[in-house]
Design a binder for this molecule. Structure first.
Ligand code: MN
Length: 259
């Protein structure tokens, strides 16, 4: 039987990155799409527990039918894995996100969280993001990024499984990639800035802004940030065990406290 690939994203089902991946991954097997109806970027691993989830069919601009949900990216993966997909997916792919997901910021990412959800369910999972400028006149090359995802998906499905519980965070640089680097997470790539202003009704508003680094940071040559800023595809294995193991023993004294 052809492999079943569950495809989702966090930019919503109308995102061109999702459409490019759907077309490209169809070469490998059956692509079953369940994507959010709206943009959940930076939603992290949000789950919707306080209202019913809905799933319906929608038509993409190319005429194909996909499944759409009012749930988050993580909800979409779990809806599929817990019974809506025609069978258990062989691979979960989230993306292609409009914008890189790098360094410390990956914990904000809905794209990465969707892949985490797949990994937690014991399914090989990829998060795929493309570095874009964000300028209105930009036309990101999702086809190129989708080809990178196709090559990786091919390798994983051909008996080169990802270790259990681990997802791959894939970031594709702008332009033609020079190759692939397996990396660790870097530090912060965005500066944080708070913009204040008055809205037309005279009330204060606050808007987070900031700038992305454009040169690889010193001492971080082996990180995802350096790889992408140097023109390489970055592949970072991630897991959800956030335990700081090196702090377990130094904190053991807390167990002696009398309550
Ligand atoms: Mn996004």
């Amino acid at each position: 039987m052809a492999p079943l690939i569950l495809l989702t994203n966090d930019d919503g089902y109308l995102s061109p990155g999702l459409h490019a991946l759907r077309r490209m991954l169809s070469e490998l097997g059956e692509v079953w799409v369940l994507a959010p109806e709206k943009n959940w970027s930076a939603a992290s691993r949000t789950r919707v527990f306080h209202k019913p989830l809905r799933v319906y069919s929608a038509q993409l601009p190319d005429g194909s039918l996909v499944h759409v949900s009012n749930g988050s990216p993580s909800d979409c993966v779990l809806l599929a894995v817990l019974g809506l997909a025609p069978r258990r997916p062989d691979l979960v792919v989230a993306g292609i996100n409009a914008g890189a997901n790098l360094g410390r910021d990956v914990t904000y990412s809905g794209t990465v969280s969707a892949a985490m959800e797949g990994a937690q369910a014991g399914i090989p999972s990829l998060a795929v993001s493309l570095d874009v400028t964000g300028e209105p006149e930009e036309s990101p090359d999702y086809e190129q990024a989708a080809r990178v995802a196709l090559r990786l998906a091919q390798e994983i499905l051909r008996n080169r499984p990802i270790p259990s519980g681990i997802c791959l965070n894939v970031n594709v640089p702008r332009g033609v990639p020079k190759g692939i680097k397996v990396t660790r997470l870097g530090g912060k790539i965005w500066t944080e800035e708070l913009v204040r202003g008055k809205d037309p009704r005279g009330r204060d508003f606050f808007w987070f802004a900031g700038e992305m680094q454009i040169t690889p940071p010193e001492g971080e040559e082996d990180t995802d940030i350096s790889a992408v800023l140097s023109g390489y595809v970055s592949v970072t294995p991630l897991h959800l065990d956030l335990t700081a193991y090196e702090a377990l023993e130094p904190l053991r004294f807390l167990e002696e406290l009398r309550l």
